[in-house]
Ligand binder design. Sequence first.
Ligand code: ZN
Length: 127
Amino acid sequence: MPKVTKVVLTLLKSMEETMRAADGVGLAAPQVGESLRVCLALVNGKVTPLINPKITSRSREKAFDEEGCLSLPKVWLQIPRSTEITLKYTDTAGKTQERKLTDFSARVVQHEVDHLEGILIVDYVTA
Ligand SMILES: [Zn+2]
């Protein structure tokens, strides 16, 4: 479980630059070669660093929408996601946060937390 160390904060800063340069809405540490449970996600319009994020509940109701991924250029897929989630994470000040997220924010966070579990959008496509 990563603590909010200088290493983590520096990583988040460089990840934010990478994400903004690529016009992304999220980026997870494994995508930049770091196996830490750390990611960035656009939450309610704000780039939010999530340290050790955990989705503690997911609505049964799901919606499909098109998703891309900075790790998979030019791939766009319809992915089903819960429309409402509860997210627990540590913020950059070391505080535990718990937030209820809906729709687009919930989708982005589910995508990024998937990266921390080694799951990519192509894994949702069943042959
Ligand atoms: Zn991705």
